[in-house]
Write a protein that binds this ligand. Sequence first.
Ligand SMILES: *[C@@H]1O[C@H](CO)[C@@H](O)[C@H](O)[C@H]1NC(C)=O
Length: 503
Amino acid sequence: MHTVSTPTMAVLVVLGLLMAFMQVIDSSVGDHQTYTSYPPYVRGKNYIWVLNETDLSNSISYLGSHSRLRAAITKLKSGNKIKVATIGGSITAGQGAVDAPNWPQYLFNWLEDTYGKDIIEGSNGAVSGTLSAYMSVCLNMHITKDVDIVFVEYSVNDWHLPGGPPFQNEMRRSFERLLRKILTYPHKPAVILVHSYIWYQAYPVPGSFWNNAEREFNELALYYHLPSVSLKACCYQHLAAEVPGFEVKTPRYKDSAVLKYRSFYYDQMHPDGNTGARVIAEMAMHMIKTAEEWLQIRPMTDKEVANVALALPAPMIQGNREAMADKCFIGNSFTQTVILKQGFDWINEANGNPRPKWGFVATKEGSVLKLEVDTRASTQTGDTDEVLVEVAYLKSYENMGQAQVSCEAGCNCTPTTADGHQVERNSLLHLHNFYVTQAKECHIVVRVLPTTNSGKHKFKLAGIMISEEAGQKEGIKNNGAVEFVGDISLLSKDGKFDVKNQI
Ligand SMILES: *[C@@H]1O[C@H](CO)[C@@H](O)[C@H](O)[C@H]1NC(C)=O
């Protein structure tokens, strides 16, 4: 047995005193139910970060050459305006941010405060409850083609284990096509993956680290060199340790006042605006800041500028080419597909509802709406030549009739009937699905039939979507998103959907 020497004893006593003192500080923190590491959110040039340098560095799960991001920041630093967009599901749309900004808003605020309000144009095209299968088809409704930086958040909604072999399934295929579509936009935008993480949804038990689509998305990040930020790479240990501000044991809504600044999540799915959303935003902000710091050390060379303009490599998933033509026509863009209308009028049936309800409406049998769309598939799966077309039409309980949907000029389809009448007392868009052969100019005809289950002949159409893959059996299957996006997109000047216009 050895004895403790006097100097060591002295050190231990001092340490003990220090620890006692720290406990006093700790309990006072507890009394105020705030986490001192969450500095108040104040806008301005001197933003105070929640995350320290260790967390922020850990949040970058892939950086790579990030040439596109460097190009966008070079443009910004020379005083030119850049457009920054976010897309994703409900976390990005801002559910859970009930009394504080959502993460894209924190990001846009910081960009404006750091670089100047006049040269930053942020837009948030995310929609709750969407998968990349929806966003890939309807991307044209959500971001402008002259965008410079796009943050993509689908690691949670695109799930960990979709059916089928890895990558060769509809969910991963549509995610890759979404990335490819953005990457081919004219400004050669930087695509940045944002991997969020929901503690409670982790498979097979809450808190499992490897729970979502992130690791499969990582393959695409490596393949396309997409800078990526990861909530679990940053902060998983803080969540596991129940660090105040990162607590997961109780989502905030269960005791909203007491758990403010303590719980990371507002509910079982969504980060709280004060904590989780701010952390996600800081990861995105730090990505931009890191790229800017690198640029100061090593500016872009002509060779690097040339690299940005290079064509994309072949798809990582075999045959998985992106569609070149737009595939989603709702709101304003739906009106542009119409080549003939007899008895149909483009009208808003909001009836006092703050949300507009535009659509082509007919009330008489024999009314005709003829649409022209490009039904050529982009992929080469080769199982059949036909593509799935989804037409959004209103189902309601009064005055509604039936219409026949058929094809002429260029394409073929088996004529089908859509019935606008239902017994349930609600009025919502539904999707009428049918298969069409491929054609550049496919004419689809909707004709109101003499038959009816309500005694009347009203028929209303609000959009048309064409799948990108031939032989696809699923479609976007998301009539809720189609209705919401159609309504809200008509509140913006450019016909694009932005969360900030939502009512
Ligand atoms: C950042 O915070 C973490 C967690 O509190 C801590 O482990 C780490 O040492 C801190 N890093 C720095 C550079 O302060």
